[in-house]
Design a protein around this ligand. Structure first.
Ligand code: 5AD
Ligand code: FES
Length: 345
């Protein structure tokens, strides 16, 4: 397997058969080798810096009904909330003081946030925090709407593709949603000029190794600036409540592969990874990730943004999370930096 890892490092791509061999024959030893190579590549581009993103979960209303998601439209247990523009700006103010220079506005697909409301928010943040990047993570919109966000000053957009396999996509989403549309959104975002992030859940129900290979091939084709992956974790109020969670082991292995495929990619060690294992986020960094996204949402709403069960950090103030993250990163020889943390070529 080491020869395949060497090949991936050198050529930054493998064939479908080679990915399959690498994934199916992986073991602890090949994983350690992969992680060491992934770290070397990561250190070459980003050194030991960790980029922090302040995540503001500003609405949990959603018009979609994705089968895996705890804030899906038909989740009766979800107590819905929206932050006002003033509350959002308060989050940015406390985040700025804590050293954040990227704000990630994430929410369900909430029609309340018309183009006008959304662009007002983006402009207000950019007017007050000109040295900060604004990242949006609010789902599928028309090319015109994406363009309006971009013109208002938004810098980056996260839209996980969730799975690049058509049949699998249909098993995770209702009829109204399609992989084709998701992909088109990602290509539109890129064309407009956003730094773009795609991604998928590891171990989502019905996922096979072939689905994962489709994800890797799609990621290579899209060539995004960011890739978000984390384990699937069941939520008690969804169709998938009795399904098994994804594993840390496979998530880490995929982080390593993605770092070798896209040396400059901005790759978060996600909250979901921290949820399935107490040292998950540290291990994610040591497998090749270089970004962490602590929560900046007001503590009063945190427990309401439950995409999956047992999500960590829902009772902690942002300042505590920042200190906790900094301590964790220093503990493994990395340091958080005060910077927008843009993509480096
Ligand atoms: N487990 C893990 N991740 C989830 N997401 C949504 N529901 C779950 C879940 N049950 C992820 C999706 C989405 C991102 C915001 O959170 O990939 O794109
Ligand atoms: Fe939130 Fe550790 S990062 S408490």
């Amino acid at each position: 397997m080491k020869n395949l890892i060497d090949k991936l490092k050198k050529e930054k791509i493998l064939s479908r058969e080679e990915y399959k061999a690498l994934l199916e024959n992986r073991n602890d030893e090949t994983a350690e080798y992969l992680f060491a190579e992934a770290r070397e590549v990561r250190h070459g581009v980003y050194g030991h810096d960790i980029y922090m993103r302040g995540l503001i979960e500003f609405t949990n209303y959603c018009k979609n009904d994705c089968y895996y998601c705890g804030i899906r439209k038909s989740s009766a247990s979800s107590q819905r909330y929206r932050l006002t523009q003033e509350q959002l700006l308060d989050c940015c103010a406390s985040g700025y003081a804590l050293g954040f220079r990227t704000f990630v506005l994430q929410g369900g697909e909430d029609p309340y946030y018309t183009d006008e409301r959304m662009t007002d928010i983006i402009r207000a943040i950019k007017a007050q925090y000109a040295d900060c990047a604004v990242t949006l993570s609010i789902g599928e919109k028309s090319a015109e709407t994406y363009q309006a966000y971009f013109d208002a000053g938004a810098d980056r957009y996260l839209l996980r593709h969730e799975t690049a396999n058509n049949a699998h996509y249909k098993k995770l989403h209702p009829e109204a949603m399609s992989l084709a549309n998701r992909k088109e959104c990602l290509y539109n975002l890129k064309k407009i000029g956003f730094q773009v992030g795609c991604g998928f859940m590891v171990g989502s129900p019905h996922q096979t190794t072939d689905c994962i290979i489709d994800d890797l091939l799609f990621i290579k084709e899209l060539d995004p600036h960011m890739v978000g992956i984390g384990p699937f974790i069941p939520h008690h109020d969804t169709l998938f409540k009795a399904e098994a969670a994804g594993t840390m082991e496979l998530t880490l292995f995929l982080l390593g592969i993605i770092r070798l495929m896209l040396p400059s990619v901005l790759l978060p060690s996600t909250t979901a990874l921290g949820t399935i294992h107490p040292q998950g986020r540290e291990k994610g960094i040591l497998a090749g990730a270089n970004v962490v996204m602590p929560n900046l949402s007001p503590v009063g709403v945190r427990k309401k943004y439950m995409l999956y069960d047992n999500k960590i950090c829902t009772g902690d103030e942002a300042a505590e999370c920042v200190k906790c993250i900094q301590r964790r990163m220093e503990g493994i020889g990395y340091h958080t930096v005060v910077s927008r943390g843009d993509y480096k070529l």
